[in-house]
Ligand binder design. Structure first.
Ligand SMILES: [Zn+2]
Ligand SMILES: [Zn+2]
Length: 143
């Protein structure tokens, strides 16, 4: 079994555990996010899924990713261009963001895990969630 098949099986299991029906549309939307691996926006996801399910609407894709996020199946973050981007990596991780073209890559920065969050009066359960590191990607450095 490939990693990808394994991942899909985990996704279907997670859906069932949360009482979410595993529909063809949901599977295709999830697959699109996972395969793209470049943190696609809803519009990007829609463009990919539309090739497989021509009748799907942008609105359905919006609602589907929203449901996934609420159930913790995908993570959402706002890119510097203001658009929301989606990721099937729901573990705490950091992002490298190209300040020029907006390319986003995952990075695991062990130094961050050693940081401790401050104690803030009136707040509880504070944890480091997502950190963005900006710079220039390889393509933009060349150009
Ligand atoms: Zn770039
Ligand atoms: Zn990510």
């Amino acid at each position: 079994m490939s990693m990808s098949q394994n991942h899909m099986a985990e996704f279907e299991q997670a859906c069932r555990a949360q009482g979410l029906k595993v529909t063809h549309q949901r599977v295709e939307v999830y697959k699109a996010i996972h395969k793209a691996s470049d943190h696609p926006s809803v519009e990007d996801i829609y463009a990919i899924v539309k090739k497989r399910i021509p009748s799907i609407s942008l609105d359905t894709v919006y609602r589907t990713v929203d449901t996934f996020e609420k159930l913790g199946l995908v993570s959402r973050f706002q890119a510097p261009d203001g658009r929301y981007r989606f990721d099937t990596n729901v573990e705490a991780h950091q992002h490298l963001v190209c300040a020029n073209c907006g390319k986003i890559e995952d990075i695991h920065w062990s130094g961050l895990e050693q940081l401790t969050v401050p104690r803030v009066t009136g707040w509880s359960d504070l944890a480091l969630a997502s950190v963005e590191i900006r710079g220039l990607c390889q393509d933009c450095r060349r150009g």
